[in-house]
Write a protein that binds this ligand. Structure first.
Ligand SMILES: NC(=O)c1ccc[n+]([C@@H]2O[C@H](COP(=O)([O-])OP(=O)(O)OC[C@H]3O[C@@H](n4cnc5c(N)ncnc54)[C@H](O)[C@@H]3O)[C@@H](O)[C@H]2O)c1
Length: 371
């Protein structure tokens, strides 16, 4: 597990996925068989690695990635380092014949993302990219509704993602995201970050995206980094995207690190269809059928007589949902150990980078871009 002293690596991948799998005794695949995991942490900084290993009880760690890759006991290479470093690490792991699993985006240009997919394919190593949103309870509920035909014909989808990321200027309120996120030269930008998610989410839940019209903005010009120094923001912190799908559905997704939240959660998505609508957040899903749909009349002279929050029913939790990252990890482990299908590979991850690149081009050229 490489680059896991960072935010995503430590919390989602090491603690909530791999150590949770260790804790539950591995991934049971039959009455007699269990896939077990035994992590080794790799990275540049000995002090940080040692501290993380001690804090989490992981026995093995090293700053010598070459040696870890040369060890035949280590079968999977996972990378959660910052995006610009990914390619070099993936290439090393593929050359060493390891199965490769990594965070998104796999690269910041479509060309590089495709090249990395090909590197793994040519080396004939199994490979995968994190596409965690597909296993969010809210999204699992939404997929079930679509399969049941709840919506009739789906007309449009509106997604709202974001929250206020502190700039670091206020005393005692440091930024809650790494500063490289706001510097293009370091692989930052919300477009390359979030459009990767929207690609696999929209393609996987609704229909393939046909084209995109997008505007990216850098609303906050200056932030303060981890060392307390001011820096110029060179990457987009907000992205306003409209996408047409191959089946005619229209999707609008706003993604922003410069908004305050007054909605159910950090991500909320509304799906409107001819027979019903749903509002999905990370864990929940509320639905309104055509029969329950109120019939409002525009009249600003009186107090609104309808409470629009009524008339929606919560889809019940009928199973216990696992952490989304862990759910995908288990599928990848099964793919490696049992050869089960795993469509979330580097080639599919590259499509996310393709969408981000198209979004940036749309902003620059002020026009629709077909994928
Ligand atoms: N799936 C998601 O929802 C999601 C969310 C946020 C970030 N991410 C992705 O996860 C990755 C990490 O993001 P983060 O927010 O955890 O960033 P971070 O800055 O907190 O962590 C980056 C990690 O990479 C390490 N690193 C940097 N350069 C390195 C090098 N040369 N060699 C070895 N290690 C190096 C750092 O020490 C740190 O451990 C990014 O690619 C990001 O796009 C994914």
């Amino acid at each position: 597990m490489n680059g896991v002293t960072g935010r995503m690596g430590t919390n989602q991948h090491l603690i909530r996925s791999i150590l949770a799998i260790v804790e539950q005794g591995g991934v049971r695949v039959s009455g007699e068989e269990v896939i077990t995991v035994n992590p080794i942490l790799t990275g540049r900084n000995e002090i940080k690695l040692k501290a993380l290993a001690e804090r989490t009880g992981v026995k093995q760690w090293t700053t010598n990635l070459d040696a870890a890759l040369a060890d035949s006991n280590n079968q999977i290479f996972f990378d959660a380092s910052s995006t610009l470093h990914r390619a070099r690490f993936v290439e090393m792991a593929a050359a060493a014949g390891k199965s490769v699993y990594c965070e998104k985006p796999t690269a910041i240009t479509y060309k590089d993302a495709l090249r990395l997919a090909k590197v793994c394919e040519d080396a004939q190593v199994k490979n995968g990219v994190v596409q965690d949103k597909l296993w969010l309870p809210g999204i699992i509920k939404l997929k079930a509704l679509i399969e049941q035909g709840f919506f009739g014909e789906i007309l449009s989808v509106r997604g709202e993602f974001g929250y206020w990321v502190f700039t670091g200027h206020e005393e005692n309120r440091p930024a809650q995201r790494p500063s490289w996120n706001y510097r293009q030269e370091d692989g930052g930008g919300i477009m390359v970050d979030m459009l990767c998610h929207w690609r696999y989410l929209v393609d996987g839940v609704f229909a393939p995206i046909k084209s995109i019209s997008c505007f990216a903005a850098t609303h906050v010009a200056e932030r303060v980094n981890e060392q307390g120094q001011k820096y110029k923001c060179t990457a987009d912190d907000s992205c306003y995207a409209t996408m047409q799908l191959e089946n005619g559905i229209l999707c609008q997704f706003n993604s922003s690190w410069t908004v305050r939240v007054r909605r159910d959660d950090l991500f909320v998505m509304q799906v409107d269809g001819t027979r019903g609508s749903a509002v999905v957040n990370l864990r929940g899903c509320k639905i309104q059928t055509l029969e329950e749909t109120p019939k409002p009349v525009w009249n600003p002279d009186i107090k609104q007589p309808i409470n629009f929050y009524d008339g929606w029913a919560e889809v019940p939790d009928d199973v216990v949902y696992d952490n989304a990252f862990k759910a995908q990890w288990e599928l990848f482990l099964r793919h490696v150990a049992l050869n089960e299908p795993f469509p979330y590979n580097l080639r599919s991850g590259a499509k996310g980078v393709e969408l981000a690149e198209a979004g940036l081009r749309s902003t620059r050229e002020r026009k629709w871009i077909d994928l």
